[in-house]
Design a protein. Structure first.
Length: 133
């Protein structure tokens, strides 16, 4: 993924994005133990794939997951023709990922899931009690 190309094609600014191979400092590395604690020395890494993400955190739609997803999907549907070009391009893998914090489950209408399916190859859903889970 080339984040600038995707951003330009979708005509929307992602909440977060990185290119495949972009360097970052990973939180996991060599453990260093002393008498009173263990620390982890961060290690430099390279991102294994590129990502462009759009958050609904500031959408002002309450806690309903479908309303949050609707907020993002409405933005993406404006560029659905270009997204479908990415779907058929073998150098891209288009995934819609829903991360739900604080709820063990939620419901999405079948018509909404059908709309999501039109703009991706895969739909991933993760529910966590918190980021610490």
């Amino acid at each position: 993924l080339r984040k600038n190309e995707v951003t330009r094609a979708l005509d929307t600014k992602p909440t977060w994005a990185w290119d495949k191979g972009e360097p970052y400092v990973g939180p996991e590395g060599q453990r260093i133990s002393t008498d009173d604690s263990t620390t982890v020395r961060p290690v430099p890494r390279k991102r294994p794939w590129g990502v462009c993400g759009i958050s609904s955190e500031d959408a002002g739609v309450g806690s309903d997951v479908e309303m949050h997803a609707e907020y993002v999907l409405t933005r993406l549907e404006l560029a659905s023709e270009k997204i479908r070009e990415f779907v058929v391009d073998p150098s891209y893998h288009v995934v819609v990922s829903i991360l739900c914090l604080g709820s063990p489950s939620f419901e999405l209408s079948s018509s909404f899931v059908a709309r999501l399916a039109r703009i991706c190859e895969r739909l991933e859903v993760t529910c966590l009690n918190s980021w610490e889970s």
